[in-house]
Design a protein around this ligand. Sequence first.
Ligand SMILES: C[S@@+](CC[C@H](N)C(=O)[O-])C[C@H]1O[C@@H](n2cnc3c(N)ncnc32)[C@H](O)[C@@H]1O
Length: 306
Amino acid sequence: MHFTGYLAIHDFSQELEKEFELRCVKIHEKKDRFYLVEGDGPDLIWAQMTARNLETIEITSINDGVKKLKERGRNWGLFTVANHRRAQLIQDELPKFNTKPIPFRHPLPEKPMGFWTLWDTNIILASQTTSSPFALGEMDFQEDKVMPPSRAYLKLWEFFTVYAPEALNGGTSIDVGSCPGGWTWVLRTLEFDKTVSVDKAPIENRIMNMGKIEFRKESAFGLDPKDFGEIEWFCSDIICYPERLLTLVKKFLAAGTVKNFVCTIKYQAETDWENTLKFLEIPGSRIVHLHHNKHEVTWFLKGVKA
Ligand SMILES: C[S@@+](CC[C@H](N)C(=O)[O-])C[C@H]1O[C@@H](n2cnc3c(N)ncnc32)[C@H](O)[C@@H]1O
């Protein structure tokens, strides 16, 4: 019997448990915010990191643990569920790896990033097949503290670094719900010929002054896709009910003029599962919880018009 391990996002264990239930996945065992399920589990939105093909390794001592992990791989991210000090003593003897913040669009680490935990005093669970090249799926950027007018830009930085690192080829991008201008700033630093920025409130002047930005002071929900021609990237960070965003996305999808979408689905007090699942029904799309998302997730669809 082999297991898949899921590390829930801090403060969102309930969401992960609900997702297990909705996907009919039975939890075999749980410690802290780490969950074990039997066999090959699905990719889940609210998992910060998924560890596949978990191996159960018996150890006789700290040195034995270090030796057995080193035999299996170089880089190991540790999440402790118990025996914290003993686990840390093992981690301290494993090879060090780079955890420094990275620049925007920096190539992703090529070496596999393993995961391990000390499940019991003498039992290690370890996987070299994890869902992220970063330890426990956590990544940080060398932030720009000068230009972006809000920290929302970090979500788009993470998205274009991790999920859409391919080269961009000019064309038009559109940013709806753009004020004060963090996402518009990111799009403006990429190779688009034009960025259309839409909000009922203006974006900051220093972003407008970068040029190649067409600002529209209006509601995104009244936009007519016919006014924009071909769109390379449709980006939305609008604060609105998921249902309204879904209607907007479907309008642009139906127009057949958008190649790629990336949209934040924002929740009120409760996670809106009904509409989240409707987004997932759009063929070829994915939903992830970015490291820089809070109580919100990121829906994306790439290559609609090849
Ligand atoms: C989280 S903020 C966006 C932050 C932005 N992405 C950034 O990086 O600076 C959400 C924005 O959605 C906008 N918004 C809400 N309803 C809207 C609508 N109907 N049309 C356009 N924008 C809307 C709000 O005015 C607000 O500026």
